[in-house]
Ligand binder design. Structure first.
Ligand code: SF4
Ligand code: SF4
Length: 208
């Protein structure tokens, strides 16, 4: 980090911007977020932003100012982690790492997308593979492709050693991956129940 950026970060005005989210960035060693000058170069460079409603600067700004609505914003999942914004940021802010951290915080707070939960829990945790290839019918083209290159039909992973799935799950348990997913599911269900309760009360109120 350059001396100038370091001095800028330490200025009181930016210290005053500490919030729950920005504090988590600082704890993760991503304190450079405080040096953002809101120039928009990241947004202007972002290939995902050209195709979707995702705006990099807006997400960074919300994170910096503690606007927690950013955690439930589906747009943060539109980043393709291409690192173009990071390369071009005049403040050398690790924008991509910020977005990844923002996603991590979102999952910790239970804002995980259903499709990501299914992939993480029902596929990755259950099978040890992000992209399983061992279904006799559904995945037969992958096995044929491997064989066409002279490879064994299944890779030397849990597909070839199914007894290792338990070991993978033990590792995932030890690093807190399962607990993270269970907590996210619990928070999500709680929010859903609260929203349904409010909707029901509103309907009953309207009937009176
Ligand atoms: S390019 Fe860097 S300084 Fe400019 S808005 Fe984005 S994060 Fe902030
Ligand atoms: S890393 Fe993400 S936010 Fe940055 S330019 Fe690429 S897609 Fe956009």
């Amino acid at each position: 980090m350059s001396d100038n950026v370091e001095k800028y970060i330490k200025r009181k005005v930016h210290k005053g911007m500490s919030t729950k989210i920005s504090q988590k960035f600082i704890d993760a060693g991503l304190e450079k977020i405080r040096a953002c000058i809101n120039c928009g170069t990241c947004t202007g460079s972002c290939p995902s932003g050209r195709r979707t409603a995702y705006r990099t600067r807006s997400a960074i700004r919300k994170a910096l100012t503690g606007d927690e609505s950013v955690l439930e914003d589906i747009d943060i999942w539109m980043c393709s982690t291409c690192y173009y914004c990071y390369e071009r940021c005049p403040r050398d802010i690790p924008v991509t790492d910020m977005i990844i951290k923002l996603r991590n915080i979102a999952v910790e707070e239970g804002f995980i997308l259903d499709s990501h939960f299914t992939l993480a829990s029902d596929i990755f945790y259950a099978t040890g593979h992000g992209v399983p290839a061992n279904d006799p019918e559904a995945h037969k083209q992958w096995r044929a492709l491997r064989e066409s290159y002279g490879l064994p039909p299944l890779p030397p992973t849990v597909h070839s050693y199914p007894e290792a799935v338990k070991e993978c799950q033990t590792l995932m348990n030890e690093v807190g991956f399962r607990a993270l997913l269970d907590n996210a599911a619990k928070l999500k269900a709680k929010r859903k129940a609260e929203a349904e309760k409010i909707a029901k009360e509103k309907t009953e109120e309207e009937k009176k």
